[in-house]
Ligand binder design. Structure first.
Ligand SMILES: Nc1ncnc2c1ncn2[C@@H]1O[C@H](COP(=O)(O)OP(=O)(O)O)[C@@H](O)[C@H]1O
Ligand SMILES: [Mg+2]
Length: 233
């Protein structure tokens, strides 16, 4: 579904991604794990068209997208829930959800909003509330709901569990599993390597812009190098 080959991304003189190649097959959950600064967010932002690569190729369902505009990429079927949520804090929860459907002109937006809120009842309870007054966990859920409102076939999740209480982390990972079973392919970036590897069909380890390891999630969970570096020994 997604095929990335030899991606090089720079911020000025700093190289953030170095010859990154990876793929995501339809129906998979693929995780990218790595420390702070490894380049995980840069990778997702490059797929979304928000950051441009210097060289390399990104193809989605057979079409090259590395030069396509971010809004067109959403229309093609990819959407992202960004790190740090980036919701519109002075708009209502409902307005945030409507903005998630900005690419759509069909008449099923209201129906989809109901479906999305069936998965996230806490979001429904706060529909008229100003989004900035929600707790961190609720804002994270809203960011995922907003991404779902474009009906993505590939959902990019950047650190969905960051800063959340343990019970909410469990809830978010359960919902990620459900979304995948419902048919959404997921590329998940996480510092919570344990949870990410448990849920992922396959995973890649990113270190200072390089992919250093890849394999089935379960295999990486028991890999000595991964244990040492990412799972607290
Ligand atoms: N907008 C930016 N301008 C300059 N450097 C950046 C910018 N965003 C990220 N970087 C740098 O690129 C590298 C990768 O960052 P990032 O992709 O955010 O990593 P991660 O998400 O894995 O923590 C880091 O060295 C970071 O400092
Ligand atoms: Mg990041």
């Amino acid at each position: 579904m997604l095929e990335i080959e030899g991606l090089d991304v720079y911020y000025g003189a700093i190289q953030a991604l170095n010859n990154v190649s990876l793929n995501v097959k339809e129906g998979e959950v693929v995780a990218i794990i790595g420390s702070n600064g490894a380049g995980k967010s840069t990778l997702l932002r490059t797929i979304s068209g928000l950051v441009r690569c210097r060289s390399g190729k990104i193809s989605f369902e057979g079409d090259d997208i590395q030069s396509v505009s971010p809004d067109k990429i959403v229309r093609m079927g990819i959407s992202q829930s960004p790190e740090g949520r980036r919701i519109f804090t002075n708009m209502s929860v409902q307005e945030n959800l409507q903005l998630g459907a900005f690419t759509r002109t069909d008449n099923e937006i209201a129906t989809d909003m109901e479906k999305v809120m069936d998965k996230f009842p806490r979001v429904r309870e706060r529909l008229k509330q100003s989004a900035g007054t929600m707790s961190g966990g609720e804002q994270q859920m809203l960011a995922i709901c907003r991404a779902l409102m474009s009906r993505p076939r590939l959902l990019l999740l950047d650190e969905p569990s960051m800063g959340l209480a343990p019970n909410l982390v469990t809830e978010i990972f359960n919902i990620i599993g459900e979304l995948n079973r419902d048919g959404t392919t997921i590329l998940l970036v996480e510092q919570n390597a344990h949870r990410a590897l448990e849920i992922a069909n396959r995973a890649y380890v990113l270190e200072t812009g390089h992919i250093v390891l890849e394999g089935p999630g379960k295999e990486l969970l028991s890999d000595p190098k991964v244990k040492e570096a990412y799972l607290g020994g």
